[in-house]
Design a protein around this ligand. Structure first.
Ligand code: ADP
Length: 397
């Protein structure tokens, strides 16, 4: 079956058409600046030329219409008609406590997703717009929602509760949810497959280090803790997000800089992380790596502080699981960042981690980066959230 995977944001939309038998991507692309001047669609059929076209996209329905037109086009299309697309899988950011698994979309599901909008006001409404636009253009085609939060719903109460008045949980469901679940699930399973071990027998820590970054602890095939919380702001230091801070800093800055809560939240989400730590050098690890190699103190500070935080979470999750068998690095930096991987591993001597510097030089491949003697296995595994969404979609239709 050919499955269309949609990841819809407020002004952008990423898509991939995946053949579920071969698990190959047949075509992929991106619509940008939806509803803004200068809208653009990028389309790349597998093995073909990538093409970028500037064309008006007043709304998401028009964006999806253009995607479907590109996929079925006479020259660069990869299917003859829309009938060949058997199902659509949608990434949905927040499923709250309602969704511990992917679901086939119907009216009840849409209502329940809408009820989670408060928990992810920037993401969920955009995801819903994408789903509704697809339903309009492909009325008979089954659609599946795959939630970023679902994999983490197995966390025990002691991992998901904050030390806050319980009534906030009762009234508003304030608790830790976690994100990047599709990636944590895919990578942890893949680690077991590659090592030829039983997923249910392993203690795995996954470090998803991209622009957004999170760590999760997966014990016997179930997530038992993860570093993001009610929102993706908690946990690791990220590209531009602060991660964990003393909450009293918010009041401190508000008074000193005369800023509102909204302004401070914008600083914590968009101006902090390695961008802020590097004194605005960059949020991109390619720039930071270059700076580090050139001895730039701002780059050194950002990379070292980022890596230390990852190592602290690995320590915490080793404690949470009473041990760890496998540590996986994934996403942009985890897959392509030998420096960050080596800085993190420097802290892991107590786990018997012996890094293989030659293997650690690899970028973007499935590689064991420790020596055969290493007591704990450390791996780099490219994530593939689209494939994971396509698999979930196939399973449900
Ligand atoms: P997101 O999906 O959260 O936007 P990604 O997983 O694409 O993030 O990761 C983006 C990060 O990965 C950026 O900081 C980027 O610099 C880093 N990255 C990508 N390729 C490389 C590379 N070859 N070397 C080092 N870092 C890289």
């Amino acid at each position: 079956m050919k499955i269309l995977v949609i990841n819809c944001g407020s002004s952008s939309l990423k898509f991939q058409l995946i053949d579920s038998e071969s698990e190959k991507c047949l075509a992929k692309g991106l619509c940008e600046r939806i509803g803004i001047a200068g809208s653009m669609i990028t389309y790349a059929p597998a093995g073909g030329e990538k093409e970028k076209t500037e064309t008006p996209m007043p709304d998401h329905t028009e964006a999806i219409r253009l995607v479907l037109e590109a996929l079925t086009g006479p020259e660069t299309g990869v299917v003859k008609s829309l009938d060949e697309i058997g199902a659509v899988g949608h990434r949905v950011v927040h499923g709250g406590e309602k969704f511990a698994e992917s679901v086939l979309i119907d009216e009840d599901v849409l209502r329940a997703v809408e009820e989670c909008n408060d928990l992810a006001p920037l993401h969920n409404p955009a995801n819903l717009i994408g789903i509704n636009a697809c339903r309009k253009l492909m009325p008979g085609t089954p659609m599946v929602a795959v939630f970023d939060t679902a994999f983490h719903q197995t966390m025990p109460e002691e991992a998901y509760m904050y030390g806050l008045p319980y009534e906030y949980y009762r009234k508003y469901k304030i608790r830790r949810y976690g994100f990047h679940g599709t990636s944590h699930s895919y990578v942890s399973r893949r680690a077991a497959e590659i090592l030829g071990k039983n997923y249910e027998d392993l203690k795995i820590i996954v470090c998803h280090l991209g622009n957004g970054a999170s760590v999760s602890a997966v014990k016997n095939g179930r997530c038992v803790d993860t570093s993001m919380g009610l929102t993706p702001l908690e946990g690791l230091i990220m590209g531009t997000r602060s991660g964990d801070i003393d909450p009293a800093i918010i009041e401190f800055i508000a008074h000193r800089e005369n800023k509102s809560i909204d302004e401070i939240m914008a600083v914590l989400n968009k101006k902090s992380g390695v961008l802020g730590l590097s004194d605005n050098l960059s949020s991109d690890f390619r720039d930071l790596e270059a700076g580090y190699n050139g001895g730039d103190a701002n780059a050194v500070r950002a990379m070292r502080t980022f890596s230390y935080r990852v190592a602290k979470y690995i320590g915490a999750y080793t404690a949470a699981m009473n041990g760890v068998d496998v540590i996986c690095f994934t996403a942009g930096v985890g897959e392509n960042g030998p420096l960050v991987r080596s800085f993190v591993c420097e802290y892991l001597g107590y786990l018997g981690v012996a890094l293989d510097p030659e293997a650690n030089r690899m970028r973007g491949t499935e590689t064991v980066i420790t020596t055969p003697e290493s007591r704990t296995v450390v791996m780099s595994i490219p994530t593939n959230e689209e494939l994971a969404i396509a698999r979930e979609t196939l399973r449900l239709v």
